[in-house]
Design a protein around this ligand. Structure first.
Ligand code: NDP
Length: 270
């Protein structure tokens, strides 16, 4: 029998999820159908529940519904609870599981694909929106020396750091808090600077052999250019994270982990 999955969001036409999951299914010879569903805030809940009632096995959730999906789930994984946001729903006979695979997608891309270990490294995260909420706990679990989160609205960065304060290695502050210091890994997680825009004016240096990682994707983003000017030998966009989070969703649903490399190469060529 064909297993049905979907991605839900608004807008949704731009989503690469159907392409990614169809490619993963091909790797295993799985018989599945994956569709893109456009929802409105008023219809999100009933659309998800109707998809599950019709036999759907799982859903990816994208903007602007990640918080609503966390509320809808019966159970949350630890990383979804820490994020307060869900990008993966799994419909089990005993209820709806909510998970967040964004952070694992990022950490896997940095450590496994790019070969940059995070343990003991100094990490700077620029931005404190939904994406940052999703990546902080998995980043911390990779045992860096410390994480500084800076944001245009400082209170948001401070609140995120405060929520993880038991771990003790996260600080938050305004953009100026980066203070011209050197970091081993700089992660750009704001929605500024796409297309012809500018990356936020943050004063940092990238250590020798360090990494600059833009969560946004594009051939050569403003942040990647900025980071190279500040010493980054390696500056990459977020396509690897996108494929990584999808692969982790696939594993949550079906218990097997797809090979991300050929799918990423296919996307990069496109
Ligand atoms: P949100 O809307 O939740 O947060 C936006 C963030 O950008 C906030 O920190 C906001 O600061 C900051 N910001 C916006 N405009 C400016 C500006 N002009 N100057 C400085 N800071 C600014 O977005 P998300 O966190 O969901 O997404 C952030 C980025 O990450 C997007 O580009 C998104 O596409 C990408 N992303 C990539 C993923 C991947 O798989 N590669 C997965 C998820 C996200 P403030 O709080 O002050 O408003």
């Amino acid at each position: 029998m064909t297993d049905c999955y979907a991605v839900i969001g608004n807008p949704i036409a731009q989503s690469k999820s159907p392409l990614l999951h169809t490619a993963f299914a091909r790797q295993f010879g799985h018989d599945l159908r994956y569709e893109a569903i456009l929802a409105e805030p008023e219809t999100f809940r009933e659309t998800v529940l109707a998809f599950a009632a019709a036999g759907g096995r799982g859903m990816n959730v994208t903007a602007p519904f990640k918080l609503a999906a966390a509320e809808l789930a019966d159970t949350l994984t630890e990383r979804a609870r820490a994020a307060g946001a869900v990008n993966t729903l799994k419909f089990d006979p005993d209820g709806i599981l909510g998970d967040n695979t964004d952070g694992v997608g990022l950490v896997g891309d940095i450590q496994d694909r790019l070969g940059v270990p995070l343990a003991g490294r100094r990490i700077l995260v620029i931005g404190a929106g939904g994406a940052t909420r999703g990546i902080l706990l998995p980043l911390l679990q990779a045992r860096p020396a410390g994480i500084l989160v800076v944001n245009r609205t400082a209170a948001r960065a401070e609140a995120l750091a405060h929520a993880l304060e038991a771990a003790g290695r996260v600080r938050g502050g305004p953009l100026e808090a980066a203070g011209g210091q050197e970091y081993d890994v700089v992660i750009h997680a704001t929605s500024a600077g796409l297309n012809e825009g500018e990356a936020p004016p943050v004063d940092y240096r990238v250590a020798a052999g360090g990494l600059a990682y833009d969560l946004a994707y594009g051939e050569d983003t403003p942040f990647m250019r900025q980071a190279r000017d500040r010493g980054a030998a390696l500056a990459v966009d977020g396509l690897g994270m996108l494929v990584g989070q999808a692969a982790e969703s696939y594993r949550v649903w079906r218990g097997v982990r797809p090979d991300v490399r050929p799918v990423l190469e296919q996307l990069q060529l496109a």
